[in-house]
Every structure is written in structure tokens, then in C-alpha cells.
Design a protein around this ligand. Structure first.
Ligand code: NDP
Length: 491
């Protein structure tokens, strides 16, 4: 059975304690590999390698860093099929989704920041006749990058790429639930010739490896994506140490459908925004609000489509609804479906675990589930379920639906469907979300700021924001001496 290794100081090595964790294939419910159960000692080794590498990597020219990162992107492309299969096996997502979304985006993340860093410029402020200020953006140091299981390589590289491009070296921890593509990435980094210690990947549990990275006194910058509760714990530890923090956390996103929308387009996209990746995307629109005149038509057609979306073996080309990432997460989703019923919700379709036959007989699958009849402020409509479960709620006015939409502790994304441009702008202005999609979903331009308000996080990823996050501005002020002979400059 495959035994994953840590990637420290340019080498693939066993964890110091020589302990391993079972890694499951969610589609079969069976163990298919072992991953290091690393601890603080492994993090310390990784830190030492990263700190040494920082002395040279931070001084490498942007052009040289860029070339190396592009080489990694090219190797991801070259290994597209292998990485797609690994991601699908590890996470339970349909192979087709991994091929079209996850792996191309991982390569795009490297390419985007490899080229983006070349355009990062320093500003200069002139105080006429008195002084010139210029601002340097220097890499912060060894960066800690911690990522979740839902879009494993996609989100892992979304942190690592800007950190490395900016000149930081990295100690990274992928989720122990989906470590495989991060491991394969370490092999590609070796093949690309990334200098030793520039990127270090330590596998293991959050409470051991993640916590050791967070608490490390010499790792001054932490980029984290995951649940709000974990984000709060990281902030509690890192805050008093004055670390730079980027926290991308949970969501409970509203999908607001007005009666004047392009119905076909809305329905097609709403299927994706509800059930893509089994609903395990922080940006999914799990609360669907429908303007009353459209409610019955929407319900009928949406439920019909949800019934058609059958769970299947993620490795099958035709599957569009795969396995839930872990047994524990499956139980959590099912407990929320039970809660919804206790709260008075009516299940319009789904609601059950699916038992497949053959190889997938012991896998973890849940039907796409649509629920109506719940108040906006019940737990089902307020807490993040992170599965293939959506609620339908009718509304009559913009004010009413804004009240519903903004009622949660979260503020990550919001989706609006209307052909009325004025209303779309008005709604976008009043929705308390960091990301708003109008008549679309998950349309991403990597230059745009990405992140949430309220308990959905702190800081923004994407574009120059991420490069600035991994750098520290340093202002240099040079006083000018007045010329004894030349006239005074313009004020
Ligand atoms: P978790 O918060 O459970 O875990 C995220 C990562 O943090 C994992 O690598 C985890 O390790 C690690 N971790 C756990 N405890 C600690 C700790 N005390 N200190 C440091 N690291 C720790 O999230 P999930 O993996 O369950 O991911 C799902 C969540 O991520 C959802 O809430 C989702 O909304 C959010 N998310 C947010 C996104 C955004 O951009 N805003 C994007 C994608 C997901 P381990 O796996 O061992 O627990």
C-alpha cells in the first residue's frame, strides 16, 4: 500500500515518529494509502529547512522565481490525468470535475502568480525639494499555509504559489483527509528543480501539525482556509504573536432568484451552485430564495433536475455526483437533514444515504436534497452544512430577502438572478458578502479580491492582494539637500 512521505528540505522523508494515519477512498470506504502522522518535530525540521532556504530564495530575482513556478505549472499540466485521478480517488469528487476544474486551476494558480509577481511594482512618493520616499515590498519570511479537503490541490496551490512568487519559503499542511495531490506535487517540485527547503509539505492532523505551524515563534505569516471554528482557534494563538493572518472561512451563501431572471440559465447554474462537488464548496448557494411568482415553477423544475442527479462511482466518466469526503462528514450532513425535519422542513427530494453496488458498496454517498418550509432563522438555514443540501424559501420584496440573506454570521458569497440591472446593482450593494455573482456563479478572474466578511474570514486572497500579504512594505525616505545654485522646484 502506498505510503505518502513528507517533503522536507527537498527530500521525501518519513515522519520523525514513524507513525502513519489511514487514508480512505470515500467511494469505497476502504483504506488505500497511509500518510505521515507528523508532529511538532517534523514541523521544526521543515521550518529549519525553510529558514535556511529563505536566505537565498528571498534574494533570487523575480524572473528566476517566475521561471521555476512556470516549470511547476507545466509539470502539473503534463501530469493532468494522473493528478485528476488522484484527486477524485482521495476526495470522492467526480473525475470529470477534477479534470475540468481542480487540476487546471492548480496549474493556473502557479502560472498566474509566476507572471503576476513580475508586475508587482514599488511606489514612490515625492515631497518636492524635501525628500523622496520609495516603498519596498520584501518577503515576510517563512510562511505557514494550511488548507482544507474540499478542493485539495486547487486551494493548496492558491496559497503556495503567491507565497513562493513573493519570495517567501513555505511550510505547508494539506488536509490529512485529502493529502494525495499535495504529495504528488512534492514529486513535481523535485522534478522542476525547486531549490531545497523552498517548499516543505508536512502531512498530518490539524491539531498536531497545523497547531505547531500556527504556534511556531518564527513563522510570522499564516494563510489558512478552512472552517470558522478552526480559524478562530488559529487567530487565538497567532493574534498575540502579532502574526500576519489571512483566514478564508465558512459560508452559508444566499442564492436570490427574481421572477424576471433568465430561467433556463438560472436553473442550470443553480444546479451547479447547489450540488457541485457534492455541495462541498465554500461558495455553494445553499439557501435559495425565490420570488413568490416564480416559486412553484422553480420548485417543480429544480426538484425534477435534482432527482435526475444520481450519485455514482466518482471514477466513472459519466458521474456528476460523487462521494462525500469522509464517513464523519457524511454523518454530519445526515444529522443536519434530520434536524431540518425536526425544525419543520419538508424534504422535496433526497434526504437519504445512497447505497451503491459493486466496488462502491461501502462508499459514502448522499442524495441531492431539497428542503422547503423552514424559517430563515432556524439552525438549518443559519449553520454551514457543506453538503448536497439546499433549502427553498419564497420572498415578496427586496427588503425582505436582504434581511434573510444577511441574517447569518457568514458573509462569503452571494448570487443574484435578475434581468433588471438597476436592481442587480442595488442588491449587490446591500448584500453583506465579499463576493457577489450576478447571473452567474463561480466565474473567477484570478485578479479579483477573494474572501469574506463577518465570520467568513479576514483578509483577501487573489490578485496583488495575496502578493502584498506575503510581503512587508518598507518605506525608505531620502532627504534632499537644497541646491545652492539651482532654483527651487515647483511646489
Ligand atoms: P477545517 O477547519 O477542519 O480544516 C482546515 C485545515 O486546518 C485542515 O488542514 C485541518 O487539518 C487544519 N486544522 C485543524 N485544526 C487545526 C488547528 N488547531 N490549527 C491549525 N490547523 C488546524 O476545515 P475543513 O478541512 O473541514 O474544510 C471545510 C471548511 O473550509 C468549510 O467550513 C468551508 O466553508 C471552508 N472553506 C472555506 C473556503 C474559503 O475560501 N473561504 C474555501 C474552501 C473551504 P485536519 O484536516 O487534520 O483537521
Amino acid at each position: 500500500m502506498l505510503q505518502i512521505k513528507n517533503y522536507i528540505n527537498g527530500e521525501l522523508i518519513a515522519p520523525v515518529g514513524n507513525q502513519y494515519i489511514d487514508n480512505y477512498n470515500p467511494a469505497t470506504g476502504k483504506i488505500y494509502s497511509h500518510i505521515p502522522d507528523s508532529d511538532g518535530k517534523d514541523v521544526q525540521l521543515a521550518y529549519e529547512a525553510a529558514a535556511k532556504a529563505f536566505q537565498t530564495w528571498s534574494l533570487t530575482t523575480k524572473e528566476d522565481r517566475s521561471k521555476l513556478l512556470i516549470r511547476i505549472a507545466d509539470l502539473i499540466d503534463k501530469n493532468h490525468e494522473k493528478l485528476s485521478r488522484a484527486e477524485s480517488t482521495d476526495n470522492g469528487k467526480p473525475i470529470q470535475l477534477a479534470r475540468v476544474v481542480d487540476i487546471p486551476r492548480a496549474a493556473a494558480n502557479f502560472r498566474f502568480y509566476a507572471t503576476g509577481v513580475l508586475h508587482l511594482s514599488s511606489e514612490a512618493q515625492i515631497m518636492e525639494d524635501t525628500a523622496i520616499n520609495y516603498t519596498l515590498h520584501e518577503p515576510v519570511g517563512v510562511a505557514g499555509c494550511i488548507s482544507p479537503w474540499n478542493l485539495p490541490l486547487y486551494l493548496f496551490t492558491w496559497k503556495i504559489a503567491p507565497a513562493l512568487a513573493a519570495g517567501c519559503t513555505v511550510v505547508a499542511k494539506p488536509s490529512e483527509i485529502t493529502p494525495m495531490t499535495a504529495y504528488l506535487l512534492s514529486e513535481l517540485c523535485i522534478e522542476a528543480g525547486l531549490p531545497k527547503g523552498v517548499l516543505n509539505i508536512v502531512h498530518g492532523y490539524g491539531h498536531k501539525v497545523g497547531a505547531a505551524i500556527t504556534a511556531h515563534p518564527n513563522i510570522p505569516v499564516i494563510s489558512f482556509t478552512g472552517g470558522t471554528k478552526t480559524g478562530a482557534e488559529i487567530a487565538r494563538v497567532a493574534g498575540p504573536m502579532f502574526k500576519k493572518l489571512s483566514l478564508e472561512l465558512g459560508g452559508k451563501n444566499p442564492n436570490i432568484v427574481f421572477a424576471d431572471c433568465d430561467f433556463e440559465q438560472m436553473l442550470k447554474t443553480t444546479m451547479h451552485s447547489s450540488f457541485s462537488n457534492q455541495g462541498e464548496i465554500c461558495l455553494c448557494g445553499s439557501r435559495i430564495f425565490i420570488e413568490r411568482p416564480l416559486y412553484e415553477k422553480f420548485k417543480k423544475e429544480f426538484v425534477a433536475k435534482a432527482i435526475e442527479l444520481k450519485a455514482g462511482d466518482p471514477a466513472n466518466e459519466k458521474t456528476r455526483h460523487g462521494a462525500i469526503v469522509s464517513k464523519q462528514h457524511k454523518e454530519k450532513i445526515l444529522s443536519y437533514i434530520a434536524l431540518a425535519q425536526q425544525e419543520g422542513g419538508k424534504i422535496l427530494c433526497g434526504g437519504n444515504e445512497v447505497k451503491l453496488s459493486g466496488e462502491c458498496a461501502d462508499g459514502w454517498f448522499i442524495e441531492p436534497t431539497v428542503i422547503e418550509g423552514l424559517p430563515y432563522n432556524c439552525r438549518t438555514n443559519q449553520e454551514e452544512i457543506f453538503g448536497p443540501v439546499v433549502t427553498l424559501t419564497p420572498f415578496d420584496t427586496e427588503e425582505e430577502v436582504l434581511g434573510y440573506a444577511n441574517s447569518t454570521q457568514y458573509g462569503l458569497a452571494g448570487i443574484i438572478w435578475t434581468e433588471n440591472l438597476t436592481r442587480a446593482h442595488r442588491m449587490a450593494q446591500h448584500l453583506q458578502s465579499g463576493i457577489i455573482w450576478i447571473n452567474c456563479w463561480l466565474l473567477r478572474d484570478l485578479r479579483t479580491p477573494f474572501g469574506g466578511l463577518k465570520n467568513s474570514g479576514v483578509g483577501r486572497e487573489g490578485g496583488f492582494e495575496a502578493l502584498r500579504f506575503f510581503t512587508e512594505p518598507k518605506n525608505v525616505c531620502i532627504k534632499l539637500s537644497p541646491s545652492p545654485t539651482l532654483p527651487k522646484g515647483r511646489e
